[in-house]
Design a protein around this ligand. Structure first.
Ligand code: KIV
Ligand code: ZN
Length: 546
């Protein structure tokens, strides 16, 4: 618990408001004063349970190959302990945990077990390094679910730990529903499992019912009664899992259980990315996590589980480093810490500016410059006015629409250099989709054929290679505008140049055939990239961009 109030300690400990700019973190001076008065461990271990509790997210089931892919990513991220699964659950689960254990990872590989020899045998067969044994201890679980007396539960827990230790395993023990268990009885069970040789004890807030203040005290009370390291495992039923995990560390925990993107049973578990950044930013507590890989791992987990990350999710959400309001964009463009508490690259993200109802000249100017457009004051004012009108009518304005507005204001774009002369695509069952395009580029005919995973992929590749292999398809977005099999679709492509990161272009098209609409969008994007490349490379005097 903090022993001083900020006002008592402020005068003699005052430091500049931005404490750790070298790490790209910009936090509150007041918060730092509180922090200086607390005792925290230098380092905290991370047990990631994405592959166990995270897989318990409703409607998530991972193949063993996908589990291995995630385990490898977690290992590279720097997770200390990977809870790979619940081996007794099924043959497939046991096989997946075994594959993870055999993947040569640096992390300790752990398997979840109930307090039964059969569960521990299954974990042993899966070659895990450690087991996480759990047994519920709250009154409601003992009486209604397990039908065990407190003494029976204590003995079952200690026998299971003894069994696992006798088989050479590292053991972490959890009293499930620990935070709703009487503290006196918790210490009885903890003493029994400690005597049986458990290496660590975890405190699960199984149904997420603690407040940070209570969690800190609860953990501190337990800490007084045990010798082995303590962990906390917090669920997010009231949205407090991260706060409770940090409070657990304030109370004396040295390990935190968490999951990527906060996946997990019901409302999920504490999100690894929030826990780790919170530990560092607020308490200067280190972990083994390489924060720059967070965004990558978050995307991978989202892709493989099929669970989208909410846009406004802290740290890894799409909007976490996105700015729309004119005042904010202006601030961030002159000094990012005005509206960003951390640098996006610290967590592997990029800053983006979104143009919408709240945008001003700075945001629009900055966005248009990304695509090589510089407007004069009057043109800019006109674009901003149209953007606001557009947004107020309830329509979403993406970069492609903004470009269209800007081109409309400054006058038509140059005559397109690239024209589509011919296009064919073949696809079918047991047939590799193949596309052929013939383009006319300033009078020169170029032909290209490519294969792909589908007709659109093949067509996009053929279009790109006909112009240049340097062209990169950075984004491809296909949206249905209307319903039914004859729906109108909208395709947006974002193109870049592998040799010049500054060169970006967009193309957009609407139509009823997803393949030809994609091709039309690509023609527009390629023409814009071509024009930008020309003016970037030779001021527009040469006719050949690629
Ligand atoms: O939330 C929980 O209590 C658990 C246990 C298995 C520890 O996930
Ligand atoms: Zn849990």
């Amino acid at each position: 618990m903090p022993t001083q109030t900020p006002s008592e300690s402020a005068a003699d400990t005052a430091e500049p408001a931005f404490r750790i700019p070298d790490r790209g973190l910009f936090v509150s001076e007041y918060n730092m004063q509180i922090f200086r008065a607390t005792r925290m461990p230098e380092r905290v271990k991370i047990l990631d349970t994405t592959l166990r509790d995270g897989e318990q997210t409703p409607n998530v089931a991972l193949s063993s190959d996908d589990k291995v892919k995630i385990a490898q990513a977690l290992d590279e991220l720097g997770v200390d302990i990977i809870e790979g699964g619940f081996p007794i659950n099924s043959e497939g689960e046991a096989e997946a945990v075994k594959k993870i254990a055999g993947a040569g990872l640096k992390a300790e590989i752990c398997g979840l077990c109930r307090a039964n020899p059969a569960d521990i045998d299954a974990a042993l067969k899966a070659d895990v390094d450690s087991v996480h044994i759990f047994l519920a201890t709250s009154k409601v679980h003992l009486e209604k679910k397990l039908k065990l007396t407190q003494d029976e539960a204590r003995d079952k827990a200690s026998a299971a730990v003894q069994y696992a230790k006798d088989h050479g395993l590292v053991v972490e023990f959890s009293c499930e529903d620990g935070t709703r268990t009487d503290l006196g009885y918790l210490s009885v069970v903890h003493r029994a499992v400690e005597e049986a040789g458990t290496d660590r004890i975890d405190i699960p807030d199984t149904v997420g019912v603690m407040t940070p203040h209570a969690m800190q005290q609860f953990v501190a009370e337990i800490k007084k009664t045990i010798k082995v390291p303590l962990a906390v495992h917090c669920h997010d039923d009231f949205g407090l899992s991260v706060a409770n995990s940090l409070a657990g560390v304030l109370g004396g925990a040295e390990e935190i259980h968490c999951t990527i993107n906060g996946l997990g049973e019901r409302a999920g578990n504490a999100a690894l990315e929030e826990v780790v950044m919170g530990l560092e930013a607020f308490y200067n507590v280190k972990t083994n996590i390489n924060s720059r890989k967070m965004a990558f791992v978050s995307r991978l987990v989202s892709q493989l589980t099929g669970i989208a990350v909410q846009p406004n999710k802290a740290i890894v959400g799409e909007n976490a480093f996105s700015h729309e309001a004119g005042i904010h964009v202006h601030g961030v463009l002159s000094e990012s810490s005005t509206y960003e508490p951390m640098r996006p690259e610290l967590v592997g993200k990029e800053r983006t500016f979104v143009v919408g109802k709240h945008s001003g000249v700075h945001a629009v100017d900055n966005k248009l410059k990304e695509y090589g457009l510089e407007l004069n004051r009057d043109q800019m004012k006109e674009v901003v006015t149209r953007v606001k009108k557009w947004a107020e009518s309830g329509k979403k304005l993406d970069d492609a629409e903004l470009l269209a507005v800007a081109y409309d204001v400054i006058g038509q774009e140059d005559e397109p250099a690239i024209r589509l002369e011919e296009f064919t695509v073949f696809t079918g069952l047991n047939f590799t989709p193949t596309a052929t395009v013939v383009l006319s580029i300033d009078g020169e005919t170029r032909r290209s054929s490519e294969t792909g995973v589908g007709p659109i992929d093949a067509s996009m590749s053929a279009m790109r290679t006909a112009v240049s292999k340097n062209i990169v398809l950075k984004e491809f977005r296909l949206e249905a505008i209307t319903g039914g099999s004859n729906a109108l679709c909208e395709v947006t492509v974002k193109l870049g140049d592998s040799e010049d990161a500054q060169l970006l272009s967009l193309g957009k098209s609407v139509g009823s055939d997803i393949v030809t609409t994609s091709v039309d969008a690509m023609v527009e994007g390629l023409n814009r990239l071509w024009a930008r490349k020309l003016s970037a490379s030779n001021g527009g005097t040469n006719k050949k961009a690629y």
